[in-house]
Design a binder for this molecule. Structure first.
Ligand code: ZN
Length: 157
């Protein structure tokens, strides 16, 4: 699904030759983020990070859904799997007709073809992070990709 970001906070990013450090806002401010979705209009509480943080291997969004709200559509993906990481509140996901209760700490991975929607059926905000990346693209993971440097740790005072 294509979308354009209506709030650009790219000026919040600090960049070095090997990093981008972006301030996405405190969790209580996540509802103030919004995007424009063609055909749907302004959708509040969603903020894509790829362009904000110069991501190259995945898309990440930070999300907030108010009490009683739900996605007004089902969607699938063409090539990306998604991982939903719920960090506050309670709600439900529906995937291929199956309903899953989610809460703080729930992590749900959905294959591209999974027909999905979700809702906040509680009376507090539902906060979650969505990561999407190309299915089966991961070659090295866990500790397998890290290389410990032979340098003593020191911090500028
Ligand atoms: Zn999606």
């Amino acid at each position: 699904m294509t979308s354009t970001q209506t709030i650009s906070n790219k000026s919040n990013a600090r960049k070095g030759s090997n990093f981008t450090a972006y301030e996405g806002g405190a969790r209580k401010d996540w509802p103030n983020h919004s995007i424009e979705i063609p055909g749907l209009g302004k959708v509040s509480g969603k903020h894509f990070l790829k362009d904000m943080a110069d991501l190259t291997g995945c898309e990440i969004s930070i999300n907030s859904l108010p009490p009683g709200a739900g996605m007004p559509f089902y969607h699938q993906h063409q090539q990306n799997e998604e991982v939903y990481i719920f960090i506050q509140g309670k709600g439900q996901m529906q995937i291929d007709g199956e309903v899953i209760d989610v809460q703080e700490g729930s992590i749900v991975r959905i294959a591209p073809k999974g027909m999905r929607t979700w809702r906040n059926n509680s009376n507090e905000p539902l906060l979650y992070i969505v990561i999407q990346m190309k299915e089966n693209s991961l070659n090295q993971y866990g500790l397998g990709d890290g290389v410990v440097a032979d340098i003593a740790v020191s911090w500028p005072s």
